[in-house]
Design a protein around this ligand. Structure first.
Ligand code: SAM
Length: 446
């Protein structure tokens, strides 16, 4: 297949059928040699998933056929064509349309399909004045849903829970390309060696509010560097990087990690204790637990026992100093990195997740020592999985106390968090990061 755009169409069809965008992209990029082609592929691929609803809204205005009646290749062709016309200024309109129509020709032998794609794209290009978004004043939710391309129920949920102004910021942040960070892994080399290696490879990096985290600027292949191969770097969102820090693990402690895969936080815990803590790491999914094993090996983490288990039923007699409950969640804080999330979640799934999280917490709270601490975290933005989840737990146990995370985070990082809440909620984009929620719970004597 010669045409880059036909590859993009095929990749988008895979994601539509349920594949993960990140994995699909990684697999596709291996086949492409030229770095500029890789960049263009990535830009159009993610751009279309992020803006799907907005693009369809426009296509619908110019098509006499219902979108559900179109061949998938044609619909994807129209989306990528339109994305290039409206979002990429470096590709001349004629070239964008020509290449897209050629891609549709390559994928479908039926000549009508290419002619149809050509006709619609040319018409849109000639008559942009026909495109009108829903009226913002008359129907704010609908306007936001189309403009930022989110399902309307999700726009409503964000707006109900955060207010319309903050909701709009959340929606916009979810459409930005996420920043890439390296966590420096001190188990493999000194920081001076690590930084020297980045400099030698001409990688442009910046310090962040966490000592061991570095932001990579305009860098496309973070998994191919020397430091990565040597295990001195782990690619991790900076908000996720707070978890192990906030748990304040010490050498000699017994730590239970209830949902560990792919192992970002497990290996961070090992790093912070110089491999001197005893960590038990669970995950329900054996394939994903293998990723933890690979990461442990690459990063040189030690003293970690891996167990395939459902944390909602897991039994052991051990008492732990620390429990990390970085639980499965609806993932609404990760939309920038995994934009298909917004099309795959439902209100029902969010409720089901909240129930699962509750059962996992209830099943494991007895394993926490008196004076031990449990850190609850999710990468989502929904009250029922976050604040309400913790309120529910605290209402059921007299001996649990919510600790204030502000002084802890302000002490361990360069952040200066203020406010009344003892929780730590990081909104997407707030610190160039993904969205995260943290609550720290201490167990008191009976
Ligand atoms: C948010 S991810 C964990 C990320 C991980 N802590 C890290 O930092 O790399 C949630 C994980 O929970 C696992 N999971 C889902 N249901 C589970 C259950 N009932 N018991 C244990 N693990 C579960 C999933 O397989 C997934 O790997």
């Amino acid at each position: 297949m010669k045409n880059l755009r036909s590859k993009i169409i095929k990749a988008l069809i895979r994601v539509k059928a349920g594949a993960y965008s990140t994995l699909t992209l990684t697999e596709e990029l291996v086949e492409i040699k030229d770095q500029r082609d890789k960049n263009l592929f990535t830009e159009i691929f993610y751009g279309v998933i992020r803006n799907e609803k907005y693009l369809d809204y426009i296509i619908e205005k110019f098509s006499n056929n219902k979108l559900t009646k179109l061949d998938t290749e044609v619909l994807m062709g129209l989306r990528i064509g339109l994305y290039q016309l409206f979002f990429l200024d470096r590709i001349p309109a004629r070239a964008a349309i020509y290449e897209t129509v050629e891609a549709v020709k390559e994928l479908l032998s039926n000549r009508g399909a290419a002619a149809f794609t050509n006709g619609i794209l040319r018409n849109i290009q000639r008559h942009p004045e026909k495109i009108k978004l829903p009226d913002r004043k008359q129907n704010l939710l609908k306007f936001l849903a189309i403009k930022y391309s989110y399902p309307e129920w999700l726009v409503k949920q964000f707006s109900d829970e955060y207010g319309p102004e903050q909701a709009e910021k959340i929606l916009a942040a979810g459409n930005k390309r996420p920043e890439i960070f390296y966590r420096f892994n001190s188990l493999k080399m000194t920081k001076a060696e690590f930084l020297a290696s980045l400099t030698k490879a001409e990688i442009n990096y910046e310090s962040t509010f966490i000592d061991s985290f570095y932001k990579l600027n305009n860098f496309a292949n973070p998994a191919e560097t020397e430091v990565f191969k040597q295990g001195a770097a782990y690619i991790q969102g900076i908000a996720a990087g707070l978890a192990a820090l906030l748990l304040r693990p010490k050498p000699g402690m017994k730590i239970l990690d209830l949902a560990a895969a792919p192992g970002g936080k497990t290996t961070h815990l090992a790093q912070l204790t110089s491999n001197q803590a005893q960590i038990t790491a669970l995950d329900l999914n054996p394939t994903r637990l293998e990723l933890v094993r690979e990461n442990i090996l690459r990063l040189g983490a030690k003293q970690i026992k891996l167990i395939v288990a459902d944390a909602a039923n897991y039994q052991d007699q051990e008492q732990y100093d620390r429990i990390l409950a970085d639980l499965p969640c609806s993932g609404l804080g990760l939309i920038a990195a995994k934009p298909e999330i917004k099309w795959r979640k439902s209100q029902k799934q969010i409720k089901d997740m909240a129930e699962l999280q509750h059962s996992i917490l209830v099943n494991n709270i007895a394993k926490l020592k008196v004076n031990g601490q449990l850190l609850y975290s999710t990468c989502t933005l929904s009250k029922v999985e976050n604040q309400l989840q913790i309120e529910r737990l605290l209402s059921e146990y007299d001996n649990l106390e919510l600790l204030d995370l502000k002084p802890i985070v302000n002490n361990l990082t360069n952040l200066n968090i203020k406010g009344n809440s003892k929780y730590l909620e990081i909104l997407p984009g707030q610190f160039e990061s993904e969205g995260f929620f943290y609550a720290l719970i201490k167990k008191n004597g009976e």
